[in-house]
Design a binder for this molecule. Structure first.
Ligand code: GAL
Length: 653
């Protein structure tokens, strides 16, 4: 499309046909350019086994087309109809405790179910054959939020699929035993037939088995996507295909998933009550751009105001819906879509906000919807433009899964670890890409790897080579501790990074709360760079050539290195062994040394500035009026200013 996508999920099957004309009229008023249709319409499209009813959908698509509205057409496979479950209860997923999940909500199927696959394939083929030539068709929307509710399925059918997956990965059971470290706790297997998914067990389960089940489960959802796209490509070649991702979604390895999408799309629901919402949203937008290798992406779902699935659901204050929408565009989105177009009258989402609320046209939300549609229409020239980031943060699903397992030195949140670094860069107006640990990092002035606990040899070598070639690598604690089988990198951890960092780690020493009497986790103290308190983590670092910029003060770590820097080849490698409250001081030094300039004017706290193409986006995420870059912004107000020039990308030559 030569316009930005603007619209939302459209579920006309929830409404009588009389409403459909009003929908199109109001969509036009709101500047809607495209609607996502049919996501949950399986039971309406196929009310009985093999009996398809397309008349109503023909009618809806024709009306949308007549109204100039394009269609992102769903394959409708996300919620199998009750008749299917009634005939084939084997499609239902099973939890790790052995509970069979029932019909009556949605996504009640196992990704490994052959029966589900057969029925879903038949539906996808029927929908694709029916609509492949429809003039409103813009894109195919496969299923919906794969893995959203059922992250992993522990049914017998999945168990068999897991065994096949393991055989393919390891070839023979001896290799698996070695990888899983089954000499521990008498876990050795004599054949693949003995292996089960890591169901609920008396205590800590085998870590590598858990990791492999995470990998397998992510792949199982990938197979659902693959199977549907194979049919779509055969029947409807040339039409772009996507499925909606869910931001920093732990269960699915989005590097693997995104590689299969024609364009990346994302569903993101910030909590308006969370002060960190804007930075979390910004980080997620940057992830989506990165997953697509820098290509424009689509914000496929967000709410205009409150959701209905938190314990308490705060509305978005006036201006926030616009600011977060413009933020997505500024960070590379070619579209802003909502869940959903018309607020439901019945069902589990009737209290979820929409573009057209229960109150109808004469409402704040509809007015904001109309105004945003007009504004986005004026930004069409940005379609297709790309951004370039000078800094990259490593993101790795294996590390996420491993770091957050049980039986570790301390409970850590991978996302929070990344957010800490991201936030400092965001505050400084520095654009960030995310990269895989073995991804292409040449060209970034700074690469940050924090909590990348699993670092296979190839990735270690790649990052070490990046430093020697002139890059600045910043390594945060719990990076390069384990290999891809979760075996420890012996001799001081860090593997090939040990040399470039000029340090080794002798012992982990996270501060801990008293487990019996209770109380908060005590803080640590730092002297030197980032002096003051530090949180969450400490360790015994021994230098082997690195310069010590900061030390721990007090306690058993007193005087030991907390932040180090080591020149190596043409570059430098930093190590940060804790979470300093003043992480900004570290980031300032690193950016200055690496010659990274923000490329946007400095703004007050809580005001985000981003350049895309020849526009400067100023977003006031605070609830007070501010002045930024010579512009007055209301509470939650935004401005999109022409810059007259494209942003200097600030990347190394
Ligand atoms: C998403 C889903 C939508 C809707 C929305 C509500 O998970 O794709 O169908 O349920 O959340 O926030």
């Amino acid at each position: 499309m030569d316009r930005l996508w603007y619209g939302g999920d459209y579920n006309p099957e929830q409404w009588p046909a009389e409403v459909w004309d009003e929908d199109v009229r109001l969509m036009q008023r709101a500047g809607v350019t495209i609607a996502t249709v049919g996501v949950f319409s399986w039971a309406t499209l196929e009310p009985q086994d093999g009996r398809f009813e397309f008349g109503w959908l023909d009618d809806v698509l024709d009306r949308l087309h007549a109204g100039g509205i394009r269609v992102d057409l769903a394959t409708a496979t996300a919620s199998p109809p009750p008749w299917l479950v009634h005939e084939h209860p084997d499609v239902l997923p099973v939890t790790e405790d052995g509970v069979v999940l029932s019909v009556g909500s949605r996504q009640h199927y196992s990704p490994s179910s052959a029966t589900y696959r057969r029925y879903a394939d038949r539906l996808v083929r029927a929908v694709a054959e029916r609509y492949r030539s429809h003039p409103a068709l813009e894109a195919w929307h496969v299923n919906n939020e794969l893995g959203c509710h059922v992250h992993r399925d522990y049914s017998d059918e999945s168990a068999a699929a897991f065994r096949r997956w393991l055989e393919h990965r390891y070839g023979d059971v001896a290799t698996l035993n070695e990888a899983w470290g089954t000499a521990f706790w008498s876990q050795a297997y004599s054949s693949f037939d003995e292996i089960r998914p890591p169901r609920t067990a008396p205590t800590f389960r085998n870590p590598t088995q858990l990791l492999d089940f995470d990998r397998f489960s992510s792949d199982a959802w990938l197979e659902v996507y693959r199977a549907e796209t194979a049919i779509l490509r055969e029947v409807s070649p040339g039409v772009p295909i996507t499925t909606n991702l869910m931001g920093f979604f732990k269960p699915l390895d989005y590097w693997r998933h995104a590689a299969l999408l024609d364009f990346v799309s994302d569903d993101h629901y910030v909590d308006p009550a969370d002060p960190a919402a804007p930075v979390i949203a910004a980080m997620t937008r940057d992830l989506m751009r990165s997953l697509g290798g820098g290509k424009p992406w689509i914000l496929m779902e967000q709410s205009t105001s409150a959701v209905n699935w938190r314990r308490r659901n705060a509305p978005k204050p006036p201006g926030m819906y616009r600011a977060l929408s413009l933020q997505a565009v500024a960070r590379g989105a070619d579209g802003v879509m909502q869940f959903q177009w018309r607020q439901s009258r019945a069902g589990a989402e009737k209290f979820h906000s929409a573009m057209l609320p229960h109150g109808g046209e004469d409402t704040r939300i509809f007015r904001e919807t109309v105004a945003l549609g007009q504004e986005l229409a004026g930004l069409s020239d940005l379609v297709g433009t790309r951004l370039t980031a000078p800094v990259a943060i490593v993101l790795d699903w294996d590390s996420w899964w491993a770091l957050e397992q049980a039986a570790t030195p301390a409970e850590l949140s991978y996302q929070r670890l990344l957010l800490r670094w991201y936030r400092e860069l965001w505050r400084r107006g520095v654009l960030v890409d995310f990269v895989r640990p073995d991804g292409d990092v040449e060209g970034y002035r700074v690469v940050i790897a924090a909590g990348t606990q699993v670092l296979p040899q190839a990735a270690q070598d790649r990052l070490a080579g990046y430093v020697r070639g002139g890059g600045t690598l910043v390594v945060g604690y719990q990076t390069a501790i384990l290999d891809e089988h979760l075996h420890v990198l012996l001799g001081g951890y860090l593997g090939a990074l040990r040399d470039v960092l000029g340090i080794r780690i002798e012992e982990f020493a996270p501060p801990a709360e008293p487990s019996v009497t209770g109380g908060p986790v005590p803080a640590l103290e730092l002297a030197g760079l980032a002096a003051g308190s530090a949180q969450e983590w400490g360790e015994v670092v021994r230098v082997a050539g690195a310069e010590v910029l900061s030390t721990f003060a007090g306690g058993m770590l007193d005087g030991l290195p907390a932040i180090t820097r080591n020149g190596s080849g043409a570059g430098a490698a930093w190590y940060v062994a804790t979470a300093p409250d003043d992480l900004g001081a570290v980031v300032d030094r690193v950016l200055a040394e690496a010659g990274v300039e923000p490329g946007v004017p400095e703004t007050p706290d809580g005001v985000e500035a981003v350049r895309r193409g020849d526009r400067l986006f100023l977003l006031n995420h605070t609830d007070h009026e501010v002045e930024a870059a010579g512009t007055r912004l209301e509470p939650h107000g935004s401005a999109v200013l022409p810059t007259g020039a494209t942003a200097d990308d600030g990347r190394a030559d």
